[in-house]
Design a protein around this ligand. Structure first.
Ligand SMILES: *Cc1c(COP(=O)(O)O)cnc(C)c1O
Length: 492
């Protein structure tokens, strides 16, 4: 359904209008059938929109204005770390010396690029407390899978292929059990206790000689720090299993605590979250993996090594799980992360974590009187509210999320993690000002009041957007993406 006052006009064609001017043909015309198989030659003219260059410009600019991005507004999407991506990153990624190199160039001609990659690996080793890092994986989930394949190769090399189980807490990001399954493991769910943390007794009852690894996010997706991590590490290592750290949102602990020091054997990071690679919309990501010395022989190859002052890619790695990404991975994202780390410095990265945690706690405490807060201890980078109270008044969390659009905010992550009823997972990030946090808090408080006084306004939201509520399944499964000349009802 779209709003009557703002019709969606897609058809701009005026017959005969054109948006290009080409010079007259001044070379002999060729006979197409001499060059192309007949099935590829058009018999009728293509039906294209007939519009001017200005019409086209306005059309695409209008469409782009309907997007919501970090550069247009607040985006507190929990577990996604939608923070500001500094524009200096873009300038560096566009330096011709980086942007114009080719992945097949001889190593001797790209020593500078290799040095940047090597330095980035070193920085990430230091930040995570791991011995070696591979940059290859193209996303967080890809990093998870890469690390699990290494853990699997490790167990197999030790004659322990009977270790087929990967333990995953019930609060984990959905990619964790998915990656474990794709890596050929069976997943076993570990329960959370009443404080939202891993239930140690349940963990003890589930580990054993068949345990390959425990996958853990710390802080977990409730934004809570797993305080018993050292004990958990002992339990898992005690039965010969490995510990895997999901470090997608490292701005919760970066420069304050290191997964390596907590006892983890493997870690992945999302450069496109914590380290300011732009993300969303399916752009390139990067999910480097750090491991201990013990797992290093299994790293994807080639491994970037430094000999004297020369950088080379080492291919002779007999125990490697092999290549996980063509060429050298998403190089442009490395540059952005590298620029970010170098421009922030160690003190800057510490301030990032402090402000991410401060912002989340400030928001959580100010919203606590208006919404249910199932876990009341201090949070790290994010927190999860429950819409239970509002549900009793007939308003769902989905309605409140839609109502936030009327205030110009991107909604938080909703109905996740699964162990919170009507969950709203809010991650403000460190880059937002107090004024922005306050205006979001004000909007949330107003919505809580509307639920009590005038629930229809929330139930029928959004009211100010171009379209109202999408049939989300149909929009994903049957999108209308191709131009057709006939006036067709827009599928919204
Ligand atoms: C985002 C995220 C992932 C997955 O990262 P992708 O790059 O989307 O594959 C994994 N775990 C957590 C906790 C995340 O927030």
């Amino acid at each position: 359904m779209h709003k009557d006052n703002q019709p969606l006009i897609f058809e701009l064609t005026k017959e005969g209008r054109i948006g290009y001017s080409l010079p007259e043909l001044d070379v002999p015309e060729i006979e197409l059938s001499n060059h192309l198989p007949s099935g590829f030659i058009r018999e009728e003219e293509a039906e294209l929109p007939e519009v001017s260059e200005l019409d086209i410009m306005r059309h695409y600019t209008a469409l782009s204005n309907r997007n919501h991005g970090v550069d247009t507004g607040f985006y507190p999407l929990g577990s996604c770390t939608m923070k500001y991506n500094p524009k200096i990153n873009e300038a560096v990624a566009r330096f011709p010396g980086f942007a114009h190199i080719h992945p097949l160039q001889d190593e001797s001609t790209v020593q500078g690029a290799m040095e940047m990659m090597y330095d980035l690996q070193e920085h990430l080793s230091e930040i995570t407390g791991m011995d070696e890092v591979t940059l290859q994986p193209a996303a967080g989930a890809h990093g998870e899978w890469t690390a699990l394949m290494m853990i699997r190769a490790f167990h197999e090399a030790n004659g322990e292929s009977h270790r087929t189980k990967v333990l995953v807490p019930d609060s984990a990001h959905g990619t964790n059990p998915a990656s474990a399954t794709v890596a050929g493991f069976d997943t076993v769910t570990v329960k959370s206790n009443e404080f939202g943390l891993v239930d140690i007794e349940d963990l003890k009852s589930k580990v054993g000689p068949d345990t390959a690894a425990l996958m853990l996010t710390n802080p977990n997706t409730l934004g809570l720090f797993e305080e018993d991590i050292l004990e958990m590490a002992e339990i898992v290592h005690g039965v010969g299993g490995k510990l895997y750290y999901d470090g997608a949102n490292l701005n919760a602990v970066m420069s304050k605590a290191r997964p390596g020091d907590m006892g983890f054997d493997a870690v992945h990071l999302n450069l496109h979250k914590t380290f300011t690679g732009p993300h969303g919309g399916g752009g390139p990501g990067s999910g480097p993996v750090g491991v201990t010395k013990e797992l290093a022989p299994y790293l994807p190859k080639p491994v970037l090594v430094k000999e004297d002052d020369r950088y080379t890619f080492e291919y002779d790695r007999p125990q490697s799980i092999g290549r996980v990404k063509p060429f050298y991975g998403n190089f442009g994202i490395y540059l952005r992360a590298y620029t970010y780390i170098r421009s922030m410095g160690p003190d800057g990265l510490k301030a990032v974590t402090e402000n991410a945690v401060l912002n989340a706690n400030y928001m959580m405490r100010r919203l606590e009187p208006y919404f249910d807060l199932p876990y009341t201890q201090h949070c790290k980078h994010e927190f999860v509210l429950s819409g239970r109270r509002q549900k009793k008044l007939g308003v769902r969390t989905l309605d409140m999320a839609k109502r936030l659009l009327d205030f110009g905010f991107h909604p938080p992550t909703i109905y996740f993690p699964l162990n919170v009823e009507e969950g709203m997972m809010i991650e403000p990030t460190e880059t937002e000002s107090k004024e922005t946090l306050d205006s979001f808090i004000d909007a949330m408080i107003q919505i809580a009041k509307e639920v009590e006084e005038n629930p229809e306004i929330v139930q029928e939201a959004p009211h100010t957007t171009v379209i109202n509520r999408l049939d989300e399944t149909k929009a994903a499964r049957q999108p209308v993406l191709r131009y057709t000349k006939e006036e067709e009802p827009v599928n919204v």
